[in-house]
Design a protein around this ligand. Structure first.
Ligand code: ZN
Length: 160
């Protein structure tokens, strides 16, 4: 993500305060705040539709499918994150994938989503993990919850 010249004061120093996919899904709309003058403006960036290929577990390849990624996140996050947060997460994941470029394993996509959800909402994280990791029974969930507590609440609620 690169800085954009401020349309008000011409400084080239801003931070992104909000990102979401545009209506047609082909552009990313960003709200930016100029760090020099404090004013806000919006940019639209065309998403590069070329070049991101997903390599699936069975070895087949398919073009990256944005609606599919968002649907997967939405299934896990329904009732936990609002539409806006789901959009922002999908954009973030896609940007990480595009930064790596070329070809990306479907496993890798799942891991990136998990990393993001872990920080956002533990229920959505567990739902996503249950699909991604193929949980089969309660013990799988319990193990994952213990892992979550280890990483997020060190040395507090763990039995000695
Ligand atoms: Zn400015």
């Amino acid at each position: 993500m690169t800085a954009v010249r401020c349309p008000f004061c011409r400084e080239n120093d801003d931070k992104v305060v909000d990102s979401r996919t545009g209506e047609d899904g082909a552009a990313i709309r960003r709200r930016r705040e100029c760090l020099a003058c404090g004013r806000r403006f919006t940019t639209y960036e065309r998403i590069d539709e070329q070049g991101l290929v997903v390599c699936k577990r069975d070895g087949t390849r398919e073009p990256f499918d944005r609606p599919k990624l968002r649907a997967g996140i939405e299934r896990a996050a329904t009732g936990r994150l609002d539409e806006h947060a789901i959009d922002a997460l999908a954009v973030e994941v896609e940007e990480q994938l595009r930064a790596q470029g070329g070809e990306v394993g479907s496993d890798r996509i799942g891991l990136i989503v998990l990393e993001q959800l872990r920080a956002l909402d533990h229920v959505a994280y567990l739902r996503f993990a249950s699909v991604y990791k193929g949980f089969e029974d309660l013990a799988d969930f319990e193990r994952e919850v213990v892992e979550l507590q280890k990483t997020t609440e060190p040395k507090r609620r763990l039995p000695s």
